[in-house]
Write a protein that binds this ligand. Structure first.
Ligand code: ZN
Length: 414
């Protein structure tokens, strides 16, 4: 893929809500200084406390009102306003790379790369869900917002909410025209006529798994999930990130939205086996995460997929740690580049990385509650640091939680 570096390093001059920038403190300061008893270090009576609080709060409201009026959209022409009113979302094909002071954003499908400022990443992250650019003018003062929006659209970083990037890519780059299309409520299945029957059954089974087990956990889907049945091994491996796809891999999620599956698996698999259903549920969770533009480190994403698809892994994990090294989540983050197989390339059943990630996710869900856990991962977009968000939300450090998980795991040894 060719790489085009575009320059997106300009500062956007964000005007953030006052409470985020410490402006609340400065709005209060002038009032507080003017009150004599405060200067003496003692508030003499409830009346004076009330006066101090009221005058400071009034000033704060005035500050907010001034700030809002400064950033109205009255100076934008009608045609520009139309562009800014169009609902957009950021592509799910983005990845942010941070190297000391440099930040790059990469669009997987086009291979385009952009040097971006931290401000720009925050701005793009504001489009995690369908958003009209005009609505952001309340919080951001961006004099050239129109040009920036257009530049981000030209580079596929922001796309119209109605656009289907992954289907377009399949149509342009893979011979999807030779495939039949079968749809359920939440799935599009692409298969060749000879695999029609098992493919339809697969789509219905996937729909059933999603409807009964996963639909309630995550918000409604924005776009249908795609199941692509590959007729030949070559057809499957063209979706793998490099030229060597381990022979035991018979299905995986590509392009964050497409479950690519080997036709042999759907023709000869025991559909009712727990193993097959768990494997399918695992892949569906990958697609659900990307549907919500949730961007997790590899260990956490795999741990989440395992947690929602398989039973407690601790017994198996305790066996695995007798022969394989258990790494910290930070080590997993630095060592796994494309998949967790970069660290341990054994099949999922014997893979220590999948088991430990699953076990830690299970521990976190029991410690903070599953809804809070989902709330945490749901807050992680391209801009968010996983552990920082965790601390912000729960007041606990993720590595301390990891130590507590490990102690509990070890205590299970007979
Ligand atoms: Zn996976």
């Amino acid at each position: 893929m060719s790489q085009h570096i575009i320059d997106m390093k300009e500062k956007l001059n964000f005007v953030q809500p006052s409470y985020r920038k410490g402006k609340l403190k400065s709005a209060f300061a002038g009032n507080l200084k003017g009150i004599k008893p405060y200067d003496n270090g003692a508030l003499c009576s409830p009346e004076i406390e009330y006066k101090v609080a009221k005058s400071a709060f009034d000033k704060y409201l005035r500050t907010l009102a001034i700030q809002k009026s400064t950033h109205t959209v009255s100076n934008i022409s009608t045609s520009d306003k139309k562009i800014l009113e169009k609902p957009l979302i950021h592509s799910r094909q983005l990845k942010v790379e941070r190297n000391s002071n440099r930040h790059r954003i990469i669009h997987f499908l086009s291979g385009k790369t952009a040097e971006v400022s931290p401000d720009m990443i925050e701005f793009i992250d504001a489009f995690r869900h369908v958003t009209k650019p005009i609505s952001l003018l309340k919080d951001y003062h961006i004099s050239n917002i129109l040009q920036i929006i257009q530049k981000l659209q030209r580079n596929y970083i922001l796309i119209p909410a109605t656009r289907d990037e992954e289907l377009e890519y399949l149509n342009q780059n893979i011979s999807v025209s030779l495939k039949e299309r079968y749809e359920t409520e939440n799935f599009i299945c692409l298969c060749s006529p000879k695999n029609r029957k098992p493919a339809k059954k697969l789509a219905q089974m996937s729909q059933n798994l999603y409807s009964t087990k996963l639909k309630e956990k995550f918000k409604p889907l924005r776009q249908k999930m795609i199941v692509y049945v590959a007729d030949k091994r070559d057809e499957l491996t063209q979706f793998w990130f490099n030229s060597f796809c381990p022979p035991w891999i018979s299905c995986f999620v590509a392009l964050r939205r497409v479950l690519v599956i080997d036709h042999n698996q759907i023709r000869y698999e025991n559909w009712e086996s727990l193993r097959f259903k768990a494997g399918m549920a695992h892949e569906i969770v990958h697609m659900l995460l990307s549907n919500h533009n949730i961007c997790l480190p590899l260990w956490l994403e795999e741990g989440v997929c395992e947690y929602f698809s398989r039973p407690d892994p601790n017994r198996k994990l305790l066996n695995l740690i007798k022969k394989k090294e258990l790494l910290t989540y930070k080590e997993l983050e630095t060592k796994a580049i494309h998949t967790l197989l970069d660290i341990d390339n054994s099949i999922t059943d014997d893979n220590i990385c999948y088991h430990q990630a699953h076990s830690f996710v299970r521990y976190l869900c029991s410690a903070i509650g599953e809804p809070a856990f989902i709330g945490w991962i749901d807050s992680i977009g391209i801009n968010s640091e996983t552990s920082e968000k965790f601390y912000e939300m729960f007041g606990k450090k993720l590595d301390e939680m990891e130590q507590a998980w490990f102690s509990q795991l070890i205590s299970l040894i007979d």
